[in-house]
Design a protein. Structure first.
Length: 234
């Protein structure tokens, strides 16, 4: 009697085309989600870095603003500080005076140029004539910068507006409406002394409106008080 050998049926089943397509779609979706997460992290990091850079730039600009006011001096020929509604000018001790390489004073100006809060400064001045020339050059710069002003100015930050207020007689007022106490002219030089120069204000307030569309926007306020009054800066 012949023997019949039976072979167990082994079920061998692969993936169907639909299952493969579903698996590929799931992996693609997971890859897309991962990429979006990484992209979001990168954008957040870039925005944070840009914001930090903007803050540091503003802090440096405000620090220089305070340093200029701290070094403000009265020459007896010009107002120590003047704001015409567009440009602020002041006379300060020469920043290089400590090295004795350029003794004297400097004229510093600030204003909006091409949508940016910008600072301008002269070189060291040693004579009355050069002081007056620099003072007028700063006024011209405020109206329309000349080509040679590019080496004397630095753009601090994009800004849409800025305002300056003086603190006098226990109140903040606009410089153009403030009436200061006449400064005492230098003794012994009646030919060069200019009488009725306004005394520097007890405090100066800067209100800077940063332009939208950047990492740091809004209004920045910086108050400064004359060191001789024993006040501080905020």
């Amino acid at each position: 009697m012949p023997r019949h050998h039976t072979t167990p049926m082994q079920s061998q089943r692969g993936f169907t085309l639909i299952e493969l397509l579903v698996a590929i779609s799931v992996m693609a979706l997971l890859s897309l989600m991962s990429w979006q997460a990484l992209d979001g992290m990168g954008r957040t990091e870039a925005l944070t870095r840009q914001r930090t850079d903007d803050v540091l730039v503003i802090q440096a600009g405000l620090g220089q603003w305070g340093a200029d006011l701290d070094a403000m001096v009265e020459t007896g020929y010009l107002p120590a500080i003047d704001f015409d509604g567009r440009t602020l000018r002041l006379t300060r001790r020469d920043a290089l005076e400590s090295t004795h390489t350029s003794p004297g004073v400097q004229v510093v100006a600030g204003g909006l140029q091409d949508g940016r809060w910008t600072r301008w400064q002269s070189s060291g001045l040693n004579t009355r004539g050069t002081l007056l020339q620099a003072w007028e050059a700063a006024a011209r710069w405020g109206q329309r910068p000349a080509p040679d002003d590019a080496n004397r100015q630095i753009a601090v930050a994009p800004a849409g507006d800025w305002q300056v207020f003086y603190f006098r007689n226990d109140a903040w007022t606009h410089p153009l409406s403030s009436v200061g106490t006449p400064a005492t002219p230098p003794a012994g030089d009646g030919n060069t002394a200019r009488a009725n120069l306004p005394a520097p204000p007890d405090g100066v307030r800067l209100v800077l409106t940063l332009s939208p569309g950047q990492a740091l926007t809004g209004e920045v306020v910086r108050d400064w008080a004359r060191p001789v009054l024993g006040g501080g800066k905020s």
